[in-house]
Design a protein around this ligand. Structure first.
Ligand code: 5GP
Length: 184
């Protein structure tokens, strides 16, 4: 059976992971994005089963207890996790599967999927990250403060990853990602 590849993209909230992932998916039909489960409420425009599987805390805890999650973490007072079954099926079919997840979960992938390509996206600076979080208008001021505090902790872990990419110039960051995911 051909074997695919797991690619883990991580970095602090607001660093631009989501935009990079959307561009990658638009340019590569053979790339598949895993849909996570979360207990956070849907934001305007988010669709259940597409952006996330939106579940309650008891439902999420049941998923943990049943061993249904490859990894999970608590982030900004909510649970986030990667459903195992769908991902393993895709990898076994030979597909490249992308995870866009926070740092704690991304770290734990090293134990479960030693061969995964683990990439950390860095902001040009903490000040720039703060500007981006404020500019995207998705989160309350309290949530932004929490996410920035968390980001400082997360940045300290960047050295544990196979590769780091600074998302300063978007096009350049995208190109660097493509070179790692689709080596010539
Ligand atoms: P957001 O609430 O902005 O959608 O996501 C918050 C953070 O959770 C982001 O850093 C995102 O990458 C991360 N995240 C999304 N899905 C998962 C997941 O399945 N597992 C983990 N560990 N983090 C996730």
């Amino acid at each position: 059976m051909s074997s695919g590849q797991l690619i883990v993209l991580t970095g602090p909230s607001g660093v631009g992971k989501g935009t990079l992932v959307r561009s990658l998916l638009a340019r590569h039909n053979d790339l598949y994005l895993s849909t996570s489960a979360t207990t956070r409420s849907p934001r305007r425009g988010e669709v259940d089963g597409k952006d996330y599987h939106f579940v309650t805390r008891p439902q999420f805890e049941e998923m943990i207890n049943q061993g249904e999650l490859l990894e999970w973490a608590e982030y900004a007072d909510n649970y986030y996790g990667t459903p195992r079954l769908d991902l393993e099926e895709k990898i076994n079919l030979g597909l490249k599967v992308l995870l866009e997840i926070e740092v704690v979960g991304a770290r734990s992938i090293k134990e479960t999927f030693a061969d995964a390509l683990r990439i950390f996206i860095l902001p040009p600076s903490i000040e720039e990250l703060e500007n981006r979080l404020k500019g995207r208008g998705k989160d309350s001021p309290e949530a932004i403060t929490r996410r920035l505090e968390k980001a400082k902790e997360e940045l300290a872990a960047s050295g544990e990853f196979n590769h780091t990419i600074v998302n300063d110039d978007f096009k350049q960051a995208l190109q660097q990602l493509e070179t790692l995911i689709f080596p010539i």
